[in-house]
Design a protein around this ligand. Structure first.
Ligand SMILES: NC(=O)c1ccc[n+]([C@@H]2O[C@H](COP(=O)([O-])OP(=O)(O)OC[C@H]3O[C@@H](n4cnc5c(N)ncnc54)[C@H](O)[C@@H]3O)[C@@H](O)[C@H]2O)c1
Length: 395
């Protein structure tokens, strides 16, 4: 009688592991695995990805870094009180929250931290390696869901924390996903290292609400040959993200991604700006209002207005799970470099793939098919350092 081998498990190391998005990721993964809720919002759970050989949700093990020490079960309670998590769910998955909480290590740099950048990178990489080894994980994907940082200070400035973590991920041999607008691997120092690492990476800034809608409406105006004169947007948001984005430098990093989708889909940058207002009373609930002024036939002036009211973490968490599974599988399949086919998920995607959501979805589905292809099986079969193939190139 042959004993069946234990299923390989995959680590998901969350930078910002005690935040709203991270807590919703851990809670949601456990709830869906236990059959308490359907996987609504998870694209990787749809039939198009059945054969992509993605790691199962039940095989994901969570850990991470944070600079706060609020226990995850307590964080989940707060999110329940705010209506982000349904009542009872945090209690039902208390064991999984406690297990992930035990795997959260102190992040940095904290005020007064005397460690050098090299020391911090080494400490972070050691934490990730230790987690991977203790749980006998096949691989660990590092996902940045920490507070948005102000845009870079330029040459000679200290490396942003997101870049220290991204370098630690490479050092620990881990694929990396940047779900935030922070620099991460975009920093020139890290970009060079990423190129030589032979690891896949994806980013940046999850596309969950206003920009998701822009990626649908932008192509509509372009395809109908309607001239967009101005596109203005305002966001009202509370929670930790609202507080971080109250800093104009952090908001600038976020808004650059929101505006890029218009330039890419319309082929021109219309007049108008995006504003983000911190409204603490709204908590994790966001209202995004877009006002689009456009010209029709014979210059007739018209207006489209959209109002998106969403729960930010509930929109983001399924995407983080999708990205962790797809990036883990890409690593297993031997892909490396920027995963342009994941542009579907991001405001400011790497590479020069399509900007419209429909084309991005088609590219993602092709990518999922490629991941499931025989010969793209477990183990690296294409050699490290190979550029990640776009689905069109993959044969
Ligand atoms: N719809 C969405 O929710 C959405 C969409 C796109 C991007 N994002 C991005 O995801 C990120 C997380 O959002 P959130 O709502 O969970 O925010 P949050 O404020 O609830 O959580 C952020 C966490 O990061 C931690 N952190 C800050 N600096 C750190 C450091 N140096 N090291 C380790 N941890 C650190 C904080 O302590 C906090 O626990 C933000 O950058 C946000 O812009 C969210």
């Amino acid at each position: 009688m042959s004993a069946s081998l234990p299923r390989p498990r995959v680590g998901v190391w969350l930078i910002g592991a005690r935040g709203s998005v991270a807590t919703t990721v851990v809670t949601g993964c456990a709830a869906v695995t236990a059959g308490l809720h359907p996987p609504t919002g998870m694209v990787t759970e749809t039939p198009a990805f059945t054969d992509s050989r993605l790691p199962a949700l039940s095989d994901l093990v969570f850990g991470g870094h944070d600079t706060l020490d609020c226990p995850l079960p307590k964080r989940a309670e707060t999110l329940t009180a705010g209506g982000v998590l349904p009542p009872g769910i945090a209690t039902a998955v208390a064991a999984e929250l406690a297990a992930a909480d035990r795997e959260i290590r102190p992040g940095g740099p904290t005020p007064g931290d005397t460690r050098s950048e090299a020391d911090l990178i080494t400490a972070f990489a050691d934490d990730i390696r230790d987690f991977t080894r203790r749980h006998a994980l096949e691989r660990t994907v590092v996902v940045n869901v920490a507070s948005t940082e102000p845009a870079s200070q330029g040459p000679g400035a200290p490396l942003p924390a997101s870049t220290l973590y991204a370098l630690a991920a490479l050092r620990a041999g881990c694929p990396y996903v940047n779900f935030t607008p922070s620099e991460g691997l975009h920093h020139p120092v890290a970009a060079r290292e990423a190129e030589h690492s032979g690891l896949p990476h994806a980013g940046r800034d999850g596309k969950t609400g206003q920009t998701l809608l822009r990626a649908v409406l932008g192509p509509m105006f372009a395809q109908r040959a309607l001239h967009v004169r101005a596109w203005s947007g305002t966001n009202l948001l509370g929670g930790g993200d609202g507080a971080a984005l109250a800093d104009p430098a952090a908001a600038a990093a976020k808004n650059a991604g929101k505006e890029r989708v218009l330039a890419d889909t319309l082929g021109q940058v219309p007049e108008g700006e995006v504003h983000i207002d911190d409204v603490p009373a709204l908590g994790d609930w966001k209202t995004a209002w877009d006002h689009i002024a456009f010209d029709g036939f014979l210059g007739t002036r018209m207006i489209l207005q959209t109002i998106w009211q969403g729960c930010d973490s509930a929109l983001a968490a399924p995407l983080v799970l999708d990205l962790a599974r797809l990036t883990a599988r890409a690593h297993e399949a031997g892909l490396s470099g920027p995963l342009g086919a994941l542009g579907f998920y991001f405001k400011d995607p790497v590479g020069d793939g399509p900007a419209g959501l429909s084309e991005q979805y088609e590219e993602l589905v092709r990518f999922g098919r490629e991941l499931g292809r025989p010969g793209r099986g477990g183990g690296r079969d294409t050699g490290s350092g190979e550029r990640a193939e776009t689905p069109g190139e993959a044969q």
